[in-house]
Design a protein around this ligand. Structure first.
Ligand code: ADP
Ligand code: MG
Ligand code: ZN
Length: 607
């Protein structure tokens, strides 16, 4: 609507400008005074006329003093005849330069038609203009179906271009090996076909967020030296049903045309979720898009040299049809980096950042279990920013260590001042966690205790495993429960009251106890089985409830077991606290004074 108004305004302006031009350049004779024919006759008789131009019935007079006037004669009569009739003598006529012009036909026509034609032309132009606009919109609607994939062509000979290669990816050895094979397939297909090997159609990269899936795919594009089509799953899905499917068609058509080629679909779960379970309106569109992907993948024959790489961090929600052999038949799992990989990722990202001599990246890697590649990148970046803010020119170990906590827990809130009472409660609470973590042999050793609030927590105790672990044992969980509940126990013991500060500890402990009973089979009474079938709200990606696959009797037993685990844990915590009051006071004392205790200092304090 706004468009139409705008067009109309433009149109109106153009009209004004043209009208202005017309009036400016119109016939100069038009402004000349008109005189009667009788006067012309008398003027000629007096010899005041120099020349007359005759054009049809119009007479253009030029006086001897060069001034101009015009007049008219009767239609059809000749000027000479008329003048003779009015008694002008031949001599009088001869001094006048009479020139007769035929009225030009076209001019007459134009002057006759212009009043009709000009508005007509304008209306025509206007209609044409509007049509073009509408058509443009139509064309754009048609373009919807074209894929928006970005194509990266391999660099030409001699062309220098910064490209991501496998060297930019640290760790993930297996993933790299698998993908290197894919690259080789594309470069030398004969080598494999000679032996009757079928080229894989799809490779699915699976792993938690930030582990470098997108990075790896980019590295493949850099290494393969073939066209690389990059598209994110969400880009397929538009408001209109059918658009996604047509984009898929278009994408594969483009890829096949420039084969050998790689198609990379990032965040595949955006389109590839299980069909038939969608809540909300968009699942029709998504299902059609997914169907089209399946159809296209089946459509390749073994000769087509197009490989599809897809990435997702939710393989559990993918439609089973995607995962069956012949489609994404290769799955590459990328895990969170282990300690050696973390060190090499840190080394890679430390390039270009001047490090002080005291920096020991191995120590940093030890302190960052559970960090993804993206977290580690972020960590070094934070450290560099911190260094710049301190106006130093080398990143030191201290800055990196401080940044670890910032990345894990959010920035320190030093401005958040605790009252004397709150500070004391926090100190006892954290000292309780730390003491338990120190004393229980199955708990993770303490790395740091602090009562400086950070993000949403009032204080924190950082206890980290001494090595990376894939599995956790029942004993460890039991110890963890006691550590978690120690804060609550201390508050009760020292102040005879509890605060809200312990509520997140309680929730974590309860969840852990529930999982031990219902998922890990760690309860003797209930035995080795799981309880409850977790279901997911597919389109929100959240667990929204569980299907009970057990009866009332078990429900009660589960509750009893959870309560038992928790009460045993808190009893143990109380016992240990009771026996070690003196150590607890020591920790609290230092905490109140210094606010943070690092690992070494803590161990000295406990010795
Ligand atoms: P994902 O796609 O798996 O969520 P990305 O590929 O986007 O993760 O990784 C984000 C960033 O993390 C990368 O740009 C890179 O800087 C860093 N990163 C992650 N894994 C690695 C790795 N193995 N080696 C080097 N850098 C990594
Ligand atoms: Mg990604
Ligand atoms: Zn706590």
């Amino acid at each position: 609507m706004r468009n139409i108004v705008k067009n109309f305004l433009v149109f109106f302006l153009v009209f004004l400008v043209i009208a202005g031009f017309l009036s400016a350049f119109s016939d100069p004779w038009e402004k000349v005074e008109e005189v009667g024919f009788a006067e012309v006759v008398s003027l000629i008789k007096e010899g005041e006329i120099k020349s007359i131009d005759v054009e049809g019935s119009d007479l253009y007079l030029v006086y001897t003093d060069d001034s101009k006037k015009m007049s008219r004669k009767e239609e059809g009569e000749s000027l000479a005849g008329l003048l003779a009739f009015y008694g002008v003598t031949d001599e009088q006529i001869q001094v006048i330069d009479i020139e007769s012009k035929k009225p030009s036909g076209s001019q007459a026509w134009i002057s006759a038609l212009a009043p009709f034609l000009i508005p007509l032309l304008f209306i025509g132009f206007f209609i044409w203009f509007m049509m073009r606009q509408v058509q443009g919109a139509n064309n754009r609607a048609m373009m919807f179906g074209n894929s928006t994939a970005k194509e990266e062509k391999p660099p030409k000979e001699g062309e220098k271009k910064k490209q991501t290669t496998f060297n930019d990816v640290a760790g993930s050895i297996e993933a790299k090996r698998e993908l290197e094979e894919v690259v080789e397939f594309l470069r030398l297909p004969q080598k494999f076909q000679k032996l009757g090997a079928r080229i894989p159609k799809g490779v699915l990269l699976v792993g938690p967020p930030g582990t470098g899936k997108t990075l790896l795919a980019k590295a493949v594009s850099g290494e393969a030296k073939v066209p690389f089509f990059h598209m994110s799953g969400s880009e397929f899905v538009e408001m209109f049903v059918g658009v996604g499917a047509s984009r898929v068609r278009d994408l594969f058509k483009r890829a096949k045309k420039s084969a050998p080629a790689i198609v990379f679909i990032d965040e595949l779960d955006a389109v590839g979720r299980k069909r038939g379970s969608g809540l909300g309106g968009s699942h029709d569109e998504r299902e059609q898009t997914l169907n089209q992907i399946l159809v296209e993948m089946d459509g390749f024959d073994s000769g087509t040299n197009v490989i599809i790489i897809a990435a997702t961090n939710r393989p559990d929600v993918l439609d089973p049809a995607l995962l069956r052999p012949g489609r994404f038949d290769r799955r590459v799992t990328i895990d969170l980096p282990d300690i050696a990989e973390r060190e090499s990722i840190l080394k890679l990202h430390a390039i270009g950042k001047p490090l002080a001599d005291d920096v020991n990246l191995r120590r940093i890697a030890e302190r960052t279990p559970g960090f993804s590649g993206a977290d580690l990148y972020n960590l070094l970046n934070e450290a560099a920013i911190l260094t710049a803010r301190k106006n130093e020119n080398q990143v030191c170990q201290e800055s990196i260590a401080v940044s670890i906590e910032k990345v894990m827990l959010g920035p320190e809130r030093r401005s958040h001042v605790l009252s004397e009472k709150e500070k004391k409660i926090t100190a006892y609470h954290e000292a309780g966690h730390a003491l338990l973590a120190h004393i229980l042999p199955d708990a993770d050793p303490v790395h740091k205790v602090s009562i400086i609030s950070r993000g949403r927590v009032g204080g924190y105790t950082l206890s980290l495993p001494s090595e990376d672990r894939q599995f956790h044992s029942r004993k460890e969980f039991i110890a963890d429960l006691s550590v978690l509940l120690a804060g609550h126990a201390v508050e009760q013991k020292i102040f005879g009251d509890v605060t809200t500060g312990a509520s997140s500890d309680l929730r974590r402990a309860t969840n852990l106890a529930r999982k031990m009973v219902t998922e890990y089979g760690m309860s003797e009474k209930l035995g080795a089985r799981t309880f409850g079938d977790k279901e997911e709200l597919i389109f929100l990606g959240k667990e929204f409830g569980e299907q009970r696959d057990y009866g009332e009797k078990y429900a009660q037993l589960i509750d009893e077991e959870i309560s038992l685990l928790l009460s045993e844990a808190i009893e143990r915590a109380k016992e240990i606290l009771h026996e070690n009051m003196e150590k607890l006071e020591r920790i609290v004392c230092v905490l109140l004074e210094k606010e943070t205790i690092e690992k070494n200092e803590f161990e000295e304090l406990m010795a």
